[in-house]
Design a binder for this molecule. Sequence first.
Ligand SMILES: Nc1ncnc2c1ncn2[C@@H]1O[C@H](COP(=O)(O)OP(=O)(O)O)[C@@H](O)[C@H]1O
Ligand SMILES: [Mg+2]
Length: 374
Amino acid sequence: MSAPFDRSMTGEVSGDVGQDWAVSPQAGDEERVVESALRPHSLHDFIGQPKVARQLALVLEGAKRRGRPPDHVLLSGPPGLGKTSLALIIGSELGTAVKITSGPAIERSGDLAAMLSNLSPGDVLFIDEIHRIARPAEELLYMAMEDFRVDVVVGKGPGATAIPLEINPFTLVGATTRAGLLTGPLRDRFGFVGQMEFYETADLERVLARSADLLGVELTEEGSAEIAGRSRGTPRIANRLLRRVRDYAEVEADGRVTRAVAQAALALYDVDHLGLDRLDREVLEALVTKFGGGPVGVATLAVAVGEEPHTVEEVCEPFLVRAGLLARTPRGRVATEAAWRHLGLAVPRGGIPLGRVTADPPGAGSSSEPLFDA
Ligand SMILES: Nc1ncnc2c1ncn2[C@@H]1O[C@H](COP(=O)(O)OP(=O)(O)O)[C@@H](O)[C@H]1O
Ligand SMILES: [Mg+2]
């Protein structure tokens, strides 16, 4: 048996999202049920993301005044920041139905054609993970987005004919964690692209206050600050940590989530004050103590902590890099000074060998160039 918050690979590469570690940005199956209870249902309820929220409010209001479906919307950003929530909010703000599917679920273009031709006027079609849509379906989508038309191919081989079919005007909302993987033609057909950002701690505290209300949890301001600071800028993680802390508060204390309760619970769950969990710290520790801070290849680093390279690469590294603790360089992974400090270790004398690793081609010394700016 693995420990309760041992983590498997993220869904980024393999496509599955069922995992149960405390600070994964992805949702497991059970979690999705809980999440739907905590989802904001209107732009008014949607906390933070001031830029995307305001831009989207204008897009929707303009469309309502013209009495036409708004432009197609692409929402891009890391998991757990509210893309699905916003897609559903678009439907409820417009007062239309939202049909939901996802890129990997659309295996044949015929499936997509059927879906598109079943849309009522003004419906929202939400395609999650749109970067994973199969190419033939994507091509069908071009015409649907632009001309509200699909070509239905009848027959096979040289005798096959394409019969154009009108579909009702609709709004496509696409969500992606990998905007860079979208093809140009698909990207160009979205009239509005919302780039979701990680949340400020203050916004996460508001998310937590709202969730605590909905869950009937008594959460003090200090308790909330404690959880928000460890949530990696991600509402999904904030909500998950709140639930774990609530369990602790109910079993080990009087049910109130105070700072002391939050600290004790999060220590028990191995989530440190930056939001790093056990594996994150093991990776950093190995890098610092076994490899002198690097540079070291990710495969070697993964062996040192007994994990798959791709778990280290996809699960730990993005946050370690964002937290300014680790840098990815052409020669391998390097710990930053902040990593030594975070582990409570003395930074090696003479600093860390960043100058050596900055240089891309060996010998091209550019020692003053900063490697990371976080
Ligand atoms: N702006 C927000 N305000 C309040 N709660 C949010 C917000 N964004 C996300 N959440 C919470 O986080 C959970 C995950 O959000 P979701 O929309 O599923 O993220 P994504 O689709 O980007 O992975 C939601 O269930 C919701 O409870
Ligand atoms: Mg989602």
